[in-house]
Design a protein around this ligand. Structure first.
Ligand code: ATR
Length: 284
């Protein structure tokens, strides 16, 4: 059967993306005759690429580094979340128009909701203030979390916190990225999320907070990492050893993909299958 090429992911570089195997496994499983490809798109060709997708009746794209922000100017509309976060990771083509969405934050929240009941009122410390943290922090604030952000570069956390306060109208606590300061906050948080790249292959021996602080977390805490290579980061390994619940980065990856599928095709994605495929690709 000839498959219809109507989906893909764009980035530069793009060779390591796990999205094609993940989405193609879903299409196959559901008997949908689509194919999802990866496209290495140079920044100078981005506008032309989006135009071509519109002309050629594409249905959906995922967008990754370095295009998540720059693609916005080539779109006809963007969702409320994407506007707040100021980044797009999902595009839907409809009647020759391109609409941008951001499913990263929602993906993180849905992965987390497998382990906690509701986000509202939960005290959540997010480590990092880069692109990933932005998507996650905005979504958590929208959903009513009691949010704290800590980042190596303090001013970046401050800027993100101020922006969330202005746009979402929620107060965010900014915690200095130091042992002594974090120690004051760590014992009463419900969820700790690593939204930095610390611990990612090849620097697998790094951990995003001083290791000895982990023992001050309360026993019901959930520790989540957005890093998925390796699947079990040093942070998750240490947290597990202390008896805490842990959520690995595959969860967010799978759920952001599931949310994209919902936007494109209005389907409930087979989460377990997607997870198995990604874990197998990662050699887990
Ligand atoms: P992404 O889009 O994946 O979030 P990014 O925008 O480059 O990527 O952000 C990376 C995040 O990881 C930042 O919060 C960064 O902290 P700085 O703002 O201080 O750069 C954080 N990060 C990266 N390496 C780190 C390290 N060795 N220790 C602590 N934080 C680190």
């Amino acid at each position: 059967m000839n498959r219809i090429i109507a989906f893909g992911v764009i980035g530069h570089p793009i060779e390591h993306s796990l999205s094609p195997v993940m989405h193609n496994s879903v299409f196959k499983h559901l008997g949908l005759g689509y194919e999802y490809l990866k496209f290495d798109v140079h920044p100078k060709d981005l506008g032309k690429f989006i135009e071509n997708c519109k002309e050629n009746n594409f249905i959906g794209l995922n967008v990754t580094i370095p295009h998540k922000i720059s693609v916005i100017r080539f779109l006809d509309k963007i969702s409320e979340e994407a506007r707040l976060i100021n980044a797009v990771n999902t595009i839907k083509f409809e009647d020759k128009t391109a609409i941008g969405f951001n499913t990263d934050g929602l993906g993180c929240v849905r992965a987390l909701l497998e382990w906690i009941e509701g986000i509202k009122g939960k005290r959540i410390l997010v480590l990092g203030a880069g692109g990933a943290s932005r998507a996650i922090s905005f979504q958590l604030a929208i959903e009513g979390a009691d949010l704290l952000i800590s980042n190596r570069t303090y001013d970046r956390a401050l800027t993100l916190g101020n922006e969330i306060r202005e746009k979402v109208g929620k107060r965010v606590e900014i915690v200095k990225f130091s042992h002594d300061e974090m120690k004051n906050f760590i014992n009463d948080i419900d969820v700790l999320i690593n939204a930095t790249s610390v611990g990612m292959f090849p620097k697998v021996d790094e951990i995003p907070i001083p290791e000895d602080l982990l023992k001050f977390l309360n026993e019901d805490v959930v520790v989540m990492d957005i890093v998925y290579n390796p699947i079990e980061t040093k942070l998750l390994r240490e947290a597990k050893a202390l008896g805490f619940k842990t959520v690995d980065g595959v969860g967010m990856l799978v759920y952001q993909g599931a949310e994209s599928l919902r936007i494109w095709l209005d389907i409930e994605a087979p989460i377990d299958l997607m997870r198995r495929v990604v874990v197998r690709e990662l050699g887990g």
